[in-house]
Design a protein around this ligand. Structure first.
Ligand code: F6R
Length: 611
């Protein structure tokens, strides 16, 4: 949540920071702001999107070679100009941006109020900045020392970046629990929440670790820990191209990412799957095969869409590997007192690799001796680094706030892991193993074919755009897909939608069914097929409108349903990777038909780095 950008060097800072903020807008878009140092401090901020800030700054003096910027997802204080970052110190000389939450901010605020400090905003960020200012005054120390002292008292998560007009050649940044990347250019440095604002300038980056402080002057980067000891920066090369983070002619990132799926799934399989040789190559799995094979239990922790991928993985792992699996919401797991044993394997599933709840959940489980295996998309992210082992999903940067291509890549990686473990454990026979490898091999092509339904789905979106509620039903492997379809619709079109196991419908939700309720069935041919056909009949008998995702040529359901979308025939274990695609398209086209900003749905942020 919240995106931060900063620049120091010979370039004009404002255009670099502004462009960076646009790239990071997926992290929050309630308000944005910049602070620039040039003969004093200038701070500009505005409620709304980065484009609103940009418009408000036309004709203003934005000349500077050092600047910081922020795009906000509100935590403390409503979205407004005054709660927008950067915040300024009482003496008006310092400005700070912050991503995260200061949990003990009210205690710090009370201390400062007693000393006569006045607050312009409702934010925890302003409290932290004034706390730093107060330490500087009382201890007569420099800013760097004051930041260090302050952070030792702070409870919570943060990335902060500060500038001070008394030190016009210095940026100070620190991190705990929220991401910070520093790009190293020629005589210049770029700071950002992720690498996307940086890649067009440099590919040399340093991922700052928790409890580290960066002191940056033109051409100089000094990293220290909170004990004031220097740390040698670990410089890495970014493996990311600019084209990957641009819309490439699509109207929205979400649509681009849906259409990228044949390629992203192919990339995810590349080098791992050899269907002819009957081999899966995954170093992260191979190196930990004994622990995986002999796991007493697998616990999958994740949030949102990634949790849905985890739920499907539960079905797959139990079926193929015969290992008991539990799927946990990371936010629940971290706060209850779960039983975790040394022999357990925790699989953390995350697109961003920065989701705060997932991160803390695995840190806790790690303390209890479990093996942490990360299934993560963002390379070098916090969850990837905390994990003992892992497999990247290789879907490339996902910018649309609603997750699409990351989800299908998660399904592919989790299926590969389950297949490899099952093969090693000999809980799958060779012919089934070979069959599933060849089914996976064919998935990119079948997703390509599935995408041909886009015009039909668009027409259905027009037909159903005004529905007030939707029900999504599926059984077995398709139940998590029903949940995912409902989540996509809620996020993108603001239509209330619920996902349910189809049989569970009779235990309550069926009361909702009338001639106004569209019910989306995920009803591809599988072992539950007869059962789901009965469920469709039950809905039709109550005049519900049935939209069914079916295997090609399923005339039986075609006759019953009001509308159908066909996907290619596939083994039931991999068919969900296909059946989710029309549901992504349906949510997208309904959102577009309702003229909503599908890449930036209200109240959401891509990377949930606060709990
Ligand atoms: C939904 C969506 C969210 C994320 C969730 C977890 O479209 O994107 O539900 O899946 O916030 O995020 P990651 O996967 O980054 O941990």
């Amino acid at each position: 949540m919240c995106g931060i950008v900063a620049y120091i060097g010979p370039k004009e800072a404002y255009p670099v920071v502004l462009k960076g903020l646009k790239r990071l807008e997926y992290r929050g878009y309630d308000s944005s702001g910049v602070a620039l140092l040039n003969n004093g401090l200038k701070v500009y901020k505005k409620k709304g999107k980065v484009a609103d800030l940009e418009e408000s700054l036309v004709g203003k003096d934005v000349h500077a070679h050092i600047g910081i910027g922020h795009t906000r997802w509100a935590t403390h204080g409503e979205p407004s100009d005054r709660n927008a970052h950067p915040h300024t110190s009482s003496n008006g000389k310092m400005a700070m941006i912050h991503n995260g939450i200061i949990e003990n901010y009210s205690q710090l605020k009370n201390e400062l109020l007693k000393k006569g400090y006045v607050f312009e905003s409702d934010t925890d960020t302003e409290v932290l900045l004034k706390f730093i200012e107060d330490i500087q005054l009382n201890n007569e120390c420099g800013l760097e020392e004051a930041v260090r002292i302050a952070l030792k008292r702070v409870v919570g998560a943060y990335v902060i970046v500060l500038i001070d007009q008394d030190h016009p050649d210095t940026l100070i940044a620190a991190r705990k629990g929220s991401p910070l990347v520093i790009g190293i250019g020629k005589g210049e440095h770029f700071l950002a929440s992720d690498a996307t604002p940086i890649i067009e300038y440099t590919k040399e980056v340093v991922y700052v670790n928790d409890y580290e402080l960066a002191i940056i002057r033109p051409g100089e980067l000094v990293l220290k820990n909170l004990g004031n000891e220097k740390i040698t920066p670990f410089v890495q090369k970014l493996d990311l191209e600019l084209a990957a983070i641009e819309k490439s002619g699509y109207d929205h990132f979400m649509l681009k990412e849906i259409f990228e799926q044949p390629q992203t799934i192919f990339d995810c399989l590349r080098g791992r799957l050899d269907a002819n040789a009957g081999a899966i190559t995954m170093a992260g799995v191979q190196n930990n095969i004994d622990q995986l094979k002999n796991a007493s239990r697998i616990i999958i922790v994740a949030c949102g869409t990634s949790w849905h991928a985890g739920l499907l993985a539960e079905y797959i792992f139990e079926e193929l590997c015969r290992i008991p699996v539990e799927v946990e919401y990371a936010s629940e797991f971290r706060y209850r007192n779960p039983v975790v044993h040394k022999g357990d394997v925790i699989i953390a599933v995350s697109q961003s690799g920065e989701t705060a709840d997932t991160l803390v959940a695995i840190e806790k489980a790690k303390e209890q001796g479990a093996l942490i295996f990360g299934v993560v998309n963002a390379v070098g992210s916090s969850i990837a680094r905390v994990s003992n082992a892992g497999a990247y999903t290789h879907a490339g940067p996902e910018i649309g706030v609603a997750s699409t291509k990351a989800f299908t890549a998660q399904l592919v990686v989790l299926t590969l892991i389950a297949l490899k473990v099952a093969h090693e454990k000999k809980t799958i026979d060779t012919s089934r193993f070979m069959h599933l490898l060849s089914e996976l091999h064919e998935i990119p092509e079948k997703v390509e074919l599935t995408l041909r339904s886009a015009p039909k789905v668009k027409a259905l979106a027009e037909k159903y755009r005004d529905a007030r509620d939707f029900l999504y039903l599926g059984r077995g492997y398709n139940f998590p897909i029903a949940l995912e379809g409902a989540l996509k619709l809620k996020e993108i079109s603001y239509i209330h939608a619920e996902g349910y196991p189809a049989a569970e419908m009779k235990h309550g939700p069926i009361a909702l069914v009338d001639e106004h309720l569209p019910v989306v069935f995920v009803a591809t041919r599988d072992s539950y097929h007869e059962k789901i056909v009965s469920n469709i009949q039950e809905i039709k008998a109550r005049k519900g409108k049935v939209i069914a995702v079916i295997s090609e040529g399923d005339e039986n359901i075609s006759r019953m349903a009001d509308d159908t979308i066909e996907v290619p025939e596939a083994d039931e274990l991999v068919a969900p990777i296909l059946s989710v695609v029309p549901l992504q398209l349906l949510a997208y086209y309904i959102g577009v038909a309702k003229d909503l900003d599908v890449d930036k749905p209200r109240n959401l942020a891509k990377s949930v780095t606060v709990e």
